[in-house]
Design a protein around this ligand. Structure first.
Ligand SMILES: Cc1ncc(C[n+]2csc(CCOP(=O)(O)OP(=O)(O)O)c2C)c(N)n1
Ligand code: SF4
Ligand SMILES: [Mg+2]
Length: 346
């Protein structure tokens, strides 16, 4: 290999793509979750993220096994079913300099973990939250989940009598500051959304339709590869531009692209497709999600963003030094301040 080739495969952090990989996947071949792990690897490599500065979190499910399959040099926490958000919140609070990525499933986040999902969102903890949504409990062999479509027929379950929960709508209703939907069969869009999510200062929720090839991949099902490929309606073509890169939007005709600047100076450029869509308009976001559900469309793209909302850390005025590195004498109240507190309650 020539020096030129070596340089071209090394990013600004001095790492190659292989440095971002995880252990070989033990999931079924063709599982959408594998495709998402690959795009997380690609996005982190392209963002020059140092793996040792990343915390990975998950709950329980095939999806929650995913963090094993990317960034093996990062720290990983596998929590209880549906409890990934509180685990993440505690760990992230201890060291604000680290980045967090949580990977969950539709069972993990929309069923047992729905309360935790919504409460993490309303606190705006800065982290990436990916739901690998296959509309089924894969790990426990094919039960309906809370995102399964009404009327869905599954071999061991019969017909689903209940309306589904839309996680993007739930996220927006909980005041999420970044909400996107993507499809494991659309790696290009997914990678750009993951990069934008890592640059967002706040909670970045990505609901990714991720087919379960073993228990739920019938052609007419909204969570299948065939349906996604035939019915995906992208709101826009999305490009992520890192802060260090000069912005040359020559490809876009004037008025055909919308730009959103993120806190770190990076930019998301959204090229108009069928409709002019403003992802900062919360009411429009809710309307397009409702319409997509009614028309049985797989609507993808950046659905909502508020790049300037205060985060959980802003609310607590945390010090620059990570809490887990502060010495005990700084963390512990002084005897005088404790005496004053006790006296105030006497
Ligand atoms: C408290 C608790 N209840 C139930 C289970 C059984 N269980 C394990 S994984 C799972 C569902 C996983 O579904 P999902 O999050 O959609 O992940 P997938 O396997 O589909 O990727 C359930 C119900 C458990 N592990 N813990
Ligand atoms: S059972 Fe389904 S969700 Fe689990 S690894 Fe296999 S294809 Fe993926
Ligand atoms: Mg699932």
């Amino acid at each position: 290999m020539t020096n030129q080739e070596v340089r071209s495969t090394t990013n600004a952090a001095g790492l190659t793509r292989a440095d971002y990989k995880g252990a070989p996947s033990t999931l079924c071949q063709g599982c959408g979750h594998n495709g998402i792990a690959s795009q997380i690897v690609a996005a982190c490599y392209e963002l020059d993220i140092v793996p040792e500065t990343v915390l990975k979190f998950s709950g329980i499910g095939c999806s929650s096994k995913s963090p094993t399959y990317f960034l093996s040099r990062s720290f990983g926490f596998n929590g209880l079913h549906g409890r990934m958000p509180s685990l993440a919140l505690g760990a992230m609070f201890a060291d604000l300099s680290l980045r967090g990525i949580g990977v969950s499933g539709d069972g993990d986040s929309a069923s047992i973990g729905l309360g935790q999902f919504k409460h993490l969102i309303r606190r705006n903890l800065p982290m990436v939250y990916i739901v690998e949504n296959n509309g089924v409990y894969g790990l426990t062999k094919g039960q309906f989940s809370a995102t399964s479509e009404k009327g869905l027929y599954l071999k061991h379950q019969g017909t689903n009598p209940f309306m589904p929960i839309d996680l993007c709508l739930e996220a927006i209703a909980s005041n999420a500051t970044f909400v996107a939907r993507s499809f494991a069969g659309d790696p290009k869009q997914l990678k750009e959304l993951i990069k934008a999510a890592f640059s967002h200062r706040g909670i970045a929720v990505l609901d990714v339709i991720s087919p379960c090839v073993t228990f739920h991949n019938q052609d007419d099902s909204i969570h299948s590869y065939t349906f996604g490929r035939e019915h995906e309606e992208a709101l826009h073509e999305i490009s992520y531009i890192p802060p260090r890169e000069e912005i040359t939007i020559e490809d876009f005709e004037e008025g055909s692209a919308r730009e959103v600047t993120l806190h770190d100076g990076s930019m998301i450029v959204l090229k108009k497709l069928a409709q002019d869509y403003d992802p900062t308009d919360r009411f429009q976001a809710i309307r397009v999600l409702e319409e997509a559900a009614q028309n049985r469309q797989l609507l993808t793209g950046l659905i909502y963003i508020n790049p300037n909302a205060p985060t959980l850390f802003d609310a607590y005025h945390l010090p620059e030094t990570a809490l887990n590195r502060l010495p005990a004498e700084k963390l512990r109240p002084t005897p005088a301040s404790l005496d004053a507190l006790n006296a105030s309650m006497a």
